[in-house]
Design a protein around this ligand. Structure first.
Ligand code: GLN
Length: 373
């Protein structure tokens, strides 16, 4: 069969979770929550009970009850009024929302600005849509932007800027000045914004998440991802891609999420404080073991530098380190280089831990690492 296929890679989350399963390691790699953070019990019960009566195709753009709940959530939390009929689209999680947005908004030759490190689906999917990535670095330890570098990334071909805040993998929450800089540049260059705000509730006490969409002049050029919400002309373009990707999302799931958004406000609002405690638990132990932990203001991700744990003269990189730790220490992490498309900028000694896990599991992982090192 004399043909090549698409160059899409296998996501690092699948690679590392398969490796974790093979070696039965403690998996602090892929970001999926354990029991207590998995979602309210009542919401799961609603989903199960609704299943019998929700077994038919819902409308393409989603069930009205969920779209209304999404609009109400946006008004309540981001202070952004949303017309549920014109401005909301229910997607299967953020990864489908992102793919549909790239396929629906971009044409061949359009340029897209990304901040790096970045979620691993962005660049491959934007490229499959024919677009050209323009990558701007976030510099550790605070993951700060160089304003001149950002400005230089814009060109007459810039169609879209993608902003992920709170940010995966760093846990950075973009501040007011940074958001204003981005808003000014997007308006100056008449560019659209795709806002990946899936971790909007995962912000530690003392920090606030602000949506770029809430800044003056930004509402008409921003689509927010979790589900998708934003101006009708942009959403209509993305809906065309969504219809051919998945058509629609299973009804029982939609009904359960609608219930959750309306009835489980306390669960959402408590996540930031709960996660902050878990981060402290993990951070303290990692520092004792010899990791240098980088600062963060949100999410359930922690980035740490392992250079201090390598034998003198070792040139082991993050991918090799994560492999060794899974096999020899029984703990699985994600190499931060997986969040880089720009090889020249890739750090070699950073790893990502997730801490949306039971305290017991976090302690087990740290115990294993302490014994190993
Ligand atoms: N967003 C989560 C992470 O970064 C999950 C990714 C995934 O499972 N596709 O780990």
């Amino acid at each position: 069969f004399n043909s090549t296929f698409s160059s899409l890679p296998t996501t690092i989350f699948e690679q590392m979770s398969l490796l974790a399963a093979k070696h039965q390691s403690t998996n602090l790699g892929q970001g999926f929550p354990d029991n207590e953070l998995e979602g309210p019990e009542s919401m799961k019960k609603v989903m199960i009970s609704l299943y019998e009566h929700s077994n038919q195709y819902p409308p393409l753009m989603g069930l009205p009850e969920l779209r209304q709940a999404v609009a109400a959530h946006s008004a309540r939390h981001a202070g952004i009024p949303v017309d549920w009929q014109a401005e909301t689209l229910v997607t299967v999680g953020a990864t489908e929302a992102l793919a549909a947005a790239f396929l629906g908004l971009l044409d061949a030759g359009d340029e897209v600005i990304f901040f790096e490190p970045l979620y691993d689906s962005y660049v491959p999917m934007a490229r499959r849509a024919g677009a050209i990535p323009r990558i701007v670095q976030l510099y550790p330890p605070a993951w700060s932007i160089d304003a001149a570098e950002l400005e230089a990334a814009f060109s007459p071909q810039t169609k879209l800027l993608v902003l992920n805040t709170p940010h995966n993998p760093t846990g950075k929450v973009f501040g007011a000045e940074e958001l204003q800089l981005i808003a000014d540049l997007c308006q100056k260059h008449d560019c659209l914004c795709l806002l990946d705000e899936v971790y909007e509730h995962l912000v530690f006490p003392g920090t606030r998440h602000t949506s770029l969409q809430s800044l003056p002049g930004m509402r008409e050029r921003c689509l927010r991802v979790g589900w998708l919400s934003g101006p009708h002309d942009l959403l209509a373009a993305v809906t065309k891609a969504h219809q051919f990707l998945i058509f629609t999302v299973p009804s029982a799931l939609q009904r359960a999420v609608a219930y959750g958004l309306e009835q489980e406000e306390a669960f959402c609002c408590g996540l930031g404080a709960a996660l902050s405690k878990k981060r402290q638990l993990l951070e303290g132990q990692l520092a004792e073991i010899g990791f240098a932990v980088l600062p963060a203001q949100g999410t359930y991700f922690l980035v740490a530098d392992f250079a201090g744990l390598l034998p003198a003269g070792s040139s082991e990189d993050d991918v090799q380190f994560c492999h060794r730790l899974t096999v020899e220490a029984g703990v699985t992490l994600i190499p931060v280089s997986a969040f880089y498309a720009d090889r020249a900028a890739t750090p070699r000694t950073l790893v990502r831990f997730v801490f949306c896990k039971t305290d017991e599991k976090l302690n087990t992982a740290c115990g294993k690492l302490r014994t190993y090192f």
